[in-house]
Write a protein that binds this ligand. Structure first.
Ligand code: ZN
Length: 299
């Protein structure tokens, strides 16, 4: 099923990364700059991160696993205690914009401004420069790969082009891409919020887990990277978090699973490439400079 499989460490059948994006109410302000202050219930819904993050960190501690949290810089400034709980658990904190703004809606200069603010805020809070990035809402821009390489980033986790790590290339260098997919995001499973114009039937935790675990069984069988993109205020709610706890138990009992933060996985991938043991797929970015020529008749 996978034409160029990677060998995972210590005989593991697959790599598992549960990543949480601690967005809190950052994006509410970006989407509704003049009315977010009146959305009290929705703000409280998003601020549930303060309840969920310590719960998740405690759950990881129980199983002795370290994972990655993507945190917008503004959230680190606004909710330092919550971010401190992540740091105290020994987890990786990675870049997720400053206010959860959309990089592909900006000029290169505007994108750079917010990107650098995100780095500064996280570095100030954690004392460590982030090495990984996930574009808010996966809205990676035509300039993002160059910006990431210029700032010395190791990996990105916003794109969706494979089941295993690959390399993305720009004029300024290459990065490890740790690919995601909407089927591994908790948003389509659980979110319903009229203020966000997002009204969906809410699935039970077992039904959501069916989707995630189908991917896990295939990842285990074929040697893929299983990478969840979840949100504390969504998946950290009581019944859902309890189901995740059982999921981790199940994965550990099944065995030969490598739980690791994304930075560790990206470093491992680079080591395997350097040792000549893995030949990743390479994808130059951006895919297109503008409208494809076949459509020039529309201009
Ligand atoms: Zn996000």
């Amino acid at each position: 099923m996978i034409s160029n499989p990677i060998t995972w460490p210590n005989g593991a059948r697959c790599a598992v990364a549960i990543t949480f994006d601690m967005d809190s109410d950052s994006f509410l302000h970006v989407e509704n700059p003049t009315s977010a202050d009146r959305m009290i219930a929705t703000t409280s819904w998003l601020r549930y991160d303060q309840i969920a993050v310590p719960r998740i960190v405690k759950m990881y501690e129980k199983y002795n696993i370290r994972q990655t949290f993507f945190v917008p810089g503004w959230c680190a400034e606004r909710y330092p205690d919550t971010v401190k709980a992540i740091m105290d658990g020994g987890h990786e904190i990675a870049h997720h914009g400053y206010l959860h703004e959309h990089p592909n809606s900006f000029s290169a200069n505007e994108e750079e401004y917010w990107f650098m603010r995100g780095i500064e805020a996280l570095e100030k809070m954690t004392g460590v420069r982030p090495r990984g990035f996930r574009a808010p809402m996966y809205n990676f821009s035509k300039h993002s790969a160059e910006l990431l390489s210029r700032e010395g980033f190791l990996y990105d986790s916003s794109l969706m082009g494979d089941d295993i790590p690959y390399l993305i290339e720009s004029s300024l260098g290459q990065l490890v891409e740790l690919p995601v997919d909407w089927s591994m995001d908790d948003w389509p499973q659980y979110t319903h919020n009229p203020d966000l114009h997002y009204t969906m039937p809410i699935n039970s935790p077992d039904r959501a887990m069916d989707v995630y675990l189908a991917q896990f069984e295939a990842a285990w069988e074929y040697g893929a990277l299983w990478l969840a993109v979840w949100h504390p205020f969504v998946s950290g709610r009581l019944a859902r978090c309890s189901r995740i706890d059982k999921m981790i138990q199940y994965m550990l009992e099944k065995g030969d699973v490598w739980f690791a933060p994304l930075e560790e996985i990206a470093n491992y991938v680079n080591d395997e490439i350097a040792a000549g043991r893995y030949t990743p797929r390479r994808e130059p970015l951006p895919f297109y400079d503008g409208t494809i020529p076949e459509l020039s008749i529309l201009k």
